[in-house]
Design a binder for this molecule. Structure first.
Ligand code: GSH
Length: 234
């Protein structure tokens, strides 16, 4: 199979995690989005995925699967192997199965709430500073839910790394790369969760290229903004 991906992108990372956990050998084709035009909008790639988005998974029989959250269950169904554990409980284990599905759906919340913080990359970000500060506070509040889940079990939906972790972990790891300090905000269970995830070879293997060092700290910038606002209110 072949996976078209963008390095460091949360949706691509999810799929790479699942492939790595399942020990599926695959051809990884990196597409660049900083080029003009973007490689995701080439005629050749649009013929495979007309939306021009990654991840795009092309199976050995030609089946094309788009959307990270559709690719995850596809892999779970079609790539079972003796070498790896299932990433989803049996449907007959009603409670565990339901929790996994719920967590996968819930991953949308931190992703959406965090999004305005990325406006800091724009040259005229100051115009959006109120939205950015709001997103910063909301992101921390949202992470409170995940902190609670991390206290309940070793991984987000149970004692093993599963599809819910494939869906969620890249969001958290992405925020950390952007300067989120978990301990600083009292998220000690999430910190332990991250360390647990990073203890898994498959998780380390799926880490984006060049991400050994932290990236540009958007969270530090947010915090300066919050402090400045607090100062001006005094
Ligand atoms: N909902 C999609 C999102 C995919 C997506 O937005 N991918 C971005 C990278 S984060 C992309 O390929 N962008 C390229 C472009 O817009 O040309 C999924 O979960 O797979």
């Amino acid at each position: 199979p072949e996976l078209y991906y963008v390095n460091g992108s949360i949706p691509s990372w999810r799929v790479m995690l699942a492939l790595s956990l399942k020990q599926v050998p695959y051809k990884a084709t990196r597409l660049r989005v900083m080029t003009t035009p973007k490689e995701t909008k080439s005629e050749e790639f649009l013929a495979i995925n007309p939306r021009g988005k990654t991840p795009t998974f092309v199976d050995t029989d030609g089946t094309v699967v788009i959307e990270s959250l559709a690719i995850l269950p596809y892999l779970e169904q079609h790539y079972t192997s003796n070498n790896s554990k299932p990433l989803m409980p049996e449907v007959t284990r009603k409670q565990e199965w339901t929790r996994e599905v719920i967590r996968i759906a819930e991953r949308e919340n931190p992703h959406n709430i965090y999004e305005p913080i990325e406006l800091l990359y724009l040259p005229d970000w100051k115009l959006a500073s109120a939205r950015i500060v709001e997103a910063y506070h909301d992101t921390l509040a949202e992470l409170g839910f995940w902190e609670k889940y991390a206290k309940e079990s070793l991984f987000m939906s149970g004692e093993e790394f599963g599809l819910a972790d494939c869906a969620f972990y890249p969001i958290l790891a992405y925020m950390i790369h952007r300067g989120l300090g978990l301990k600083k905000h009292g998220f000690s269970a999430l910190q332990a969760y991250v360390e647990r995830c990073e203890g898994l070879t498959a998780v380390r293997e799926a880490r984006p290229e060049g991400w050994e060092e932290p990236g540009k700290s958007l969270f530090a910038k947010c915090e300066r903004l919050v402090d400045k606002n607090a100062g001006s209110e005094e």
